[in-house]
Design a protein around this ligand. Sequence first.
Ligand SMILES: [Zn+2]
Length: 113
Amino acid sequence: MHEFSIVMSIVETAEEKVKEYQAHSVESIDLVIGDLAGVDCHALDFAWESAVKNTVLQTAKRNIIHVPARAKCLECDCEFEIKELFDVCPLCGEPLLQIMQGKELQIKSMIMT
Ligand SMILES: [Zn+2]
């Protein structure tokens, strides 16, 4: 499962940070997930449950910050929100879009104890 490997890499990063700062565990973690990141939140929840067992994230409070997808039209330079990767420009109808945001998948911050 795709989401499981995502959570595993989050766990790995968290373990490294905790070691680096000589902390013991993570109290809370903020994740930034773009709407185009291809993450299914229910699958992520499910994967999270089993992946964080016996790790520094076991009791961490998790906050997910959703980032709406925005694109810029390469034809007319307008910027707008998109729902799908292959949406067309609402102004000129061109499909040549540059994704500005929405593909993020990262740890924004962590509080360690
Ligand atoms: Zn356009």
